[in-house]
Design a binder for this molecule. Structure first.
Ligand code: SDX
Length: 397
């Protein structure tokens, strides 16, 4: 398959372009949503520095900024917050479907299934209708947290509790998840975590979202595709593995020997490294501060000393390769202190990243060309049919 160069209509031979595993460094779209400077360690959403948004904004205000390109007026924000609050509830059919899921299943699989099921209820596909797009954004931002919290209660053998209209977005999620109203500090810190995880240019799950969006399918399928991609341990699933790693190390004194053994075995240190950042992920530094705020109020998590020691010890061996803590390294320590179960860390990442995925969905629709990259074929050129009796024993599968 030889691609066409759009301008010259010249057929591009893939071998001329050269293989780029993982599309490393290859621009496949133009975007105005998020800008990352991996050398300086800077991250901006629609031009606003992440630290300013984390300090001054709310997750729903940041969601509005990401999706529609500007910070909302006070009236626009009130309208958006009210719409989201009115659409938090999920059909009993979806809840009953979730009751058939095995309690031992991973919450990311439950989320991917229930997110996709929303497409059955809103089957009209009118992606060229701005009202349809607005309604889909509101429904997904509103219902994803409800579905994450619902599976948590269902797998404990309980009925999900309904959203509370008198609670703001983040407080309501923590209430539905833990069955108790969170204190204001916990709700504020959780909301900042959602801001920090909301968007990150063309990461793997956002790329999935854009590829799926480019076929003009419905937004629920786009989000289900992105959720499945985020679940992997090299991407959103790392936050869960970081806590497992810190617990395996157990004691700050053991951090260095753990690091040396892992590096000797060329084993990846979870929560470290990044395709873009060659310095510490700015989000990791902000999350560290949020963890320390929680520890000051509710008591320290001894795993934090293990994490800090591991970070310091890694400077010599990994720092020189540009491998530093990423967003997943400290986020789990914040979530643990907020009482969020470990296997819900990645679903919480998904609750936040729905904002970025939807921003990219809208942007893709605005200038769409279906994704269809090329390949360098390395298989057999042409073979003649063989009757079954003439075939050698199959190669091992
Ligand atoms: C997220 O893309 C995004 O923006 C993602 C994200 C977002 O907000 O959407 O930021 C969220 O996914 C953060 C990343 C979470 N994943 C992890 O923490 C898992 C551990 N990290 C690695 O798997 C890795 O760093 C990646 C996947 C994050 C990035 O991988 P790359 O860019 O493909 O790098 P690579 O695997 O080609 O490694 C290059 C070198 C190798 O050494 P050499 O063979 O060249 O000697 O760096 C080494 C790797 O071994 N390396 C690591 C390492 N990460 C890379 N060595 C030890 N520990 C690590 N974590």
């Amino acid at each position: 398959m030889v691609a066409k160069d759009q301008k010259t209509n010249h057929h591009l031979d893939p071998t001329e372009i050269g293989l780029r595993p993982g599309l490393e460094g290859v621009p496949v779209t133009q975007s105005a949503i998020c800008d990352i400077d991996g050398v300086k360690g800077e991250l901006r959403y629609r031009g606003y520095p992440i630290a300013e948004l984390a300090s001054h904004s709310s997750f729903l205000e940041t969601t509005y900024l990401l999706i529609w390109g500007d910070l909302p007026s006070p009236q626009q924000l009130r309208d958006f917050e009210r719409e989201v609050q009115m659409h938090r509830r999920v059909s009993f059919r979806v809840r009953d479907m979730m009751k058939c899921f095995p309690a031992s299943g991973h919450p990311m699989d439950a989320l991917q299934s229930s997110a996709a099921s929303l497409g059955l209820f809103y089957s009209r596909r009118a992606i060229d209708d701005p009202q349809y797009v607005y309604d889909a954004v509101v429904r997904l931002i509103a219902k994803i947290p409800t579905m994450v919290a619902a599976f948590q209660l269902i797998r404990k053998g309980q009925d999900p509790i309904q959203p509370r209209d008198d609670l703001a977005y983040s407080a309501n999620f923590l209430y539905m998840l833990t069955e108790r109203e969170p204190d204001p500090l916990s709700a504020r810190i959780f909301d900042k975590c959602l801001i920090l995880h909301a968007e990150h240019s063309l990461n793997a799950s956002t790329f999935s979202a854009r590829v799926t969006a480019s076929t003009l399918t419905d937004p629920y399928a786009v989000i289900a595709s992105a959720v499945g991609t985020l679940a992997g341990p090299l991407h959103g699933g790392a936050n869960e593995d970081v806590i497992k790693m810190l617990e395996d190390i157990g004691d700050p004194e053991q951090a260095n020997s753990y690091l040396e053994k892992a590096i000797a075995k060329k084993q990846k240190i979870m929560g470290f490294g990044h395709r873009e950042y060659k310095v510490k992920d700015p989000r990791a530094s902000i999350l560290q501060g949020l963890a320390e705020e929680l520890f000051a109020r509710f008591g320290k998590d001894e795993m934090y000393d293990v994490a800090r020691t591991l970070e310091k010890q890694s400077e010599r061996s990994l720092g020189k390769k540009g491998i530093y803590p990423n967003v997943d390294f400290y986020s789990g320590l914040v979530y643990r202190k907020l009482g969020i179960p470990r296997d819900l860390f990645t679903p919480v990442f998904a609750i936040s990243r729905v904002a970025g995925w939807l921003a990219h969905w809208r942007e893709q629709l605005g200038a769409n060309r279906i994704f269809r990259p090329s390949q360098i074929y390395t298989g057999e050129k042409s073979r003649k049919w063989k009757q079954a009796d003439d075939r050698l024993s199959p190669t091992s599968i």
